[in-house]
Every structure is written in structure tokens, then in C-alpha cells.
Design a protein around this ligand. Structure first.
Ligand SMILES: NC(=O)c1ccc[n+]([C@@H]2O[C@H](COP(=O)([O-])OP(=O)(O)OC[C@H]3O[C@@H](n4cnc5c(N)ncnc54)[C@H](OP(=O)(O)O)[C@@H]3O)[C@@H](O)[C@H]2O)c1
Length: 340
């Protein structure tokens, strides 16, 4: 029996499997899981690569706001090959991507060698990408590009002024920096990891500032205008501070809740400066926009991302990586390979 047969016999597949214990704690292990564990959907996919996002950290550690019931296989991203499509839309052997929707949240996800998902969640691999490259970007890249597109829709252009990115060394943040700078924007990267300033400059930041410079500000009213647009990935008090330092007719695209789910701010940035707050939900994004975003990602010059931007790990290393992302210690992107 060769390695591949061992990983995926007819009845089982290899997966990073998370279980709830009797005492309410959660444990993960890499093991063979029955194919019957997969839900009954149309498209069966052999996953080659997945990736690590903050939401995967939450799902893998028992956060019931993300994953209601366990046992569960996390992984909100997957790229691989179609084995079977009961709808007839995809052919066996098609190279595909699935990100977001309910994958890895309450539907068995990309940390399993197999997934079975509805046909409408699957997109054909865009020209210019392959499974490994697509997962360098994954949901993080998708969300960052969605943020860029939302800013562009508000006419935030490189000529208008600087754009801020918070959580800049994280997955969404670092790809936000990269995409914006490749599109000609002057990017301010705000980070808690000033020792990663060279990394942030290597992916296009023109200025790197400590995140406290953004968030440790007077809690009242309007503040001096520092940027015209922002991709804000952290939430809470950071989002409020970013909004209050945004220029006239500027816009803030927000996606994260690391600092909590509450937003307390004041009305003045909106009624005295015309600032727009733009929400991003990458999971439920509709198909026409989804395809546009992947095409925009595929068109980037991938060779400009430095070597150290991505680390590739196997399933066995995932529990350590999950702890690191929950503690805010990751930088760049972690790709998960089923071939390791
Ligand atoms: N709405 C959507 O569709 C969507 C999609 C993807 C992600 N998200 C959300 O976006 C956020 C970022 O996701 P991600 O996958 O990019 O996570 P990530 O890779 O862990 O990046 C998050 C970054 O936030 C910063 N950070 C961490 N703890 C912080 C704290 N206590 N105070 C201030 N900054 C802190 C860190 O960057 P620095 O050290 O550089 O400051 C960290 O690297 C998460 O909340 C995630 O759930 C939402």
C-alpha cells in the first residue's frame, strides 16, 4: 500500500479532527476518518492544500460561535481536484477552489483530505493560479482583495492619499498591504510587531507604524486626518480610532473582530467628514463578485511575494500553528499541505 492509499482508502481519509471532551475542553488529532463523516452534497473533492486563517483557529479550539457542534474537521479554505460531481457541472479531474460559505465552519473543511460540498460553493481554478498558489492567498487574500474593491467602489484611488492597513502582519493585513501597493497606493502598515517592519516594507508598505499610534488616541470626537482609506482587520477600539482619523470622503473597509464585537464610535466622522464604513463578509460573497475577486488575485505578480511570506506545514504541525494565530503571533501566511 503506498502513502496515498494509506491516506485515502475507499472508506476513510486523513484529517485534522477536533473533538469535545466530557469536561468541555477540546482536543485535536490527525487520524483516518470515515467517508460517512462527510455531508451529503454534490461535489466530492480531493484536497491538496488548505490554509490557516483566524477563523480556523477559533473553529479548531472549540469556539461555538464559529462551529456549533463537534467532532469537526476545520479548514475554511480548500484547493484540489474534483473526484465526483453528482450535478454533472464539474468533471472528474477539474482543479477547483472552495473558500468561505460554510466550509470548515459547520461543514467538514479543508483540513480533511476529502470534502463534499454543494456545487455552488465551488469555483474553477482561475488561469494563473494552481492549488498551492491559491492557498497562499486563501480566504485572507480573498478578504483583502474584497476590501480593495470596496474602497475602489468608494473612489478611493492612489491619487487621493494614503491608505492604512491594520493587523498588517496578519493574513488579511499583509495581503492588503501587498495588493494595495501593487495597485499604486501609498500604504501605511500598522502593526504590533515592529520587528517585522522590514518584512512589511518588502511587501510594499511605504510607512510602518506601531498600532498604538493608531489606537491610543483621545477617545472623543474627531482627530487629525491621517489617511483617506483603510482596511481595518482588528475591530473594537481600533476600528473606532481608524474611523475618527479618516479624511473627508474617505472610507474604511472592516472585516475583523479580534478586539471584540462591539463598535462604539461617534457620528461626527460620518456627518462632518462623509466617511463611509464598508463591511466585508467573504463567506457569503455572491458568485459574480467572488469570481471577480479571484480573477483579480490571479492577475497579481505572484513572484513579488517574498519567499518568507508563506510557510507550508502538514496536518501534524497544525495544533501549534493554531495556538500561534490565536495569540496574534503569526505573520504572513501558513499553507496547509496534505502531501507533507
Ligand atoms: N469578515 C470576513 O469576511 C473575514 C474574512 C477573513 C478574516 N476575518 C477576520 O479578520 C481578522 C483577521 O483575520 P486574519 O486571518 O488575517 O488573522 P491573523 O492572521 O491572525 O491576523 C490578525 C492580526 O491582527 C493583529 N492583532 C492580533 N491581536 C491583536 C490585538 N490584541 N490588538 C491589535 N491587533 C492585534 C496582529 O497583527 P499585528 O501584530 O501586525 O498588529 C495579527 O497578526 C479576524 O478577526 C478574522 O476573523 C474576517
Amino acid at each position: 500500500m503506498d502513502q496515498k492509499d494509506f491516506e485515502m482508502s475507499k472508506d476513510t481519509f486523513r484529517a485534522f479532527y477536533v473533538e469535545e471532551q466530557e469536561d468541555g475542553t477540546f482536543r485535536s488529532e490527525v487520524k483516518q476518518v470515515s467517508v460517512d463523516f462527510l455531508p451529503d452534497h454534490e461535489v466530492l473533492i480531493e484536497v491538496d492544500f488548505s490554509s490557516l486563517n483566524y477563523k480556523d483557529g477559533l473553529s479548531a479550539s472549540g469556539n461555538k460561535g464559529v462551529t456549533k457542534s463537534y467532532p469537526h474537521i476545520p479548514g475554511i479554505d480548500a484547493a484540489g481536484t474534483v473526484l465526483e460531481d453528482k450535478s454533472g457541472f464539474f468533471k472528474e479531474g477539474d482543479s477547483v477552489i472552495v473558500t468561505g460559505q460554510d466550509l470548515g465552519s459547520n461543514t467538514s473543511g479543508g483540513y480533511g483530505r476529502l470534502i463534499r460540498v454543494p456545487k455552488d460553493w465551488v469555483i474553477s481554478m482561475p488561469e494563473g493560479l494552481d492549488p498551492a498558489l491559491a492557498m497562499r492567498y486563501g480566504t485572507a487574500g480573498f478578504t483583502a482583495m474584497y476590501g480593495v474593491k470596496r474602497l475602489q467602489r468608494e473612489l478611493i484611488s492612489p491619487e487621493n492619499g494614503k491608505v492604512l492597513v491594520t493587523g498588517a502582519t496578519g493574513g488579511v493585513g499583509s495581503l492588503g498591504v501587498f495588493f494595495l501597493s501593487e495597485m499604486g497606493y501609498e500604504v501605511i502598515a500598522a502593526t504590533g510587531k515592529m520587528n517585522k517592519a522590514d518584512f512589511l516594507k518588502s511587501i510594499g508598505a511605504s510607512e510602518v507604524i506601531h498600532r498604538d499610534e493608531v489606537s491610543q488616541v483621545d477617545p472623543n470626537f474627531l482627530l487629525s486626518r491621517k489617511w483617506h482609506g483603510a482596511i481595518e482587520t482588528v475591530g473594537g477600539g481600533m476600528l473606532d480610532a481608524v474611523i475618527r482619523q479618516t479624511d473627508h470622503d474617505g472610507a474604511v473597509a472592516c472585516c475583523g473582530n479580534i478586539l471584540g464585537h462591539k463598535l462604539e464610535s461617534n457620528i461626527y466622522p460620518f456627518i462632518l467628514r462623509g466617511v463611509s464604513l464598508l463591511g466585508i463578509d467573504s463567506a457569503i460573497c455572491k458568485m459574480p463578485m467572488r469570481l471577480q475577486i479571484w480573477d483579480a488575485i490571479a492577475a497579481m505578480d505572484h513572484s513579488k511575494l517574498p519567499e518568507n511570506f508563506t510557510r507550508t506545514v502538514g496536518l501534524e504541525a497544525l495544533s501549534g500553528e493554531v495556538q500561534a494565530i490565536l495569540q496574534g503571533k503569526q505573520w504572513g501566511r501558513v499553507v496547509v499541505s496534505h502531501k507533507k
